[in-house]
Write a protein that binds this ligand. Structure first.
Ligand SMILES: [Zn+2]
Length: 55
């Protein structure tokens, strides 16, 4: 179970490291505007990562 959580965290960190191609300055500190799908994906990865770290 712990291992699965770690694997997911690594996946999410990769998404965050990759970021959005169109908006390389976006670091998911604030919620993404829904206009850019890629930014939303990065934002959702951040939210999920935070949730995993708290659990
Ligand atoms: Zn973007």
């Amino acid at each position: 179970m712990e291992q699965k959580k770690e694997q997911r965290q690594i996946e999410l960190l990769k998404i965050l490291a990759k970021g959005c191609k169109k908006h390389p300055a976006y670091r998911a500190i604030r919620k993404a505007t829904e206009r850019c799908e890629e930014c939303v994906v990065v934002w959702q990865a951040r939210v999920e990562l935070n949730a995993l770290e708290e659990s």
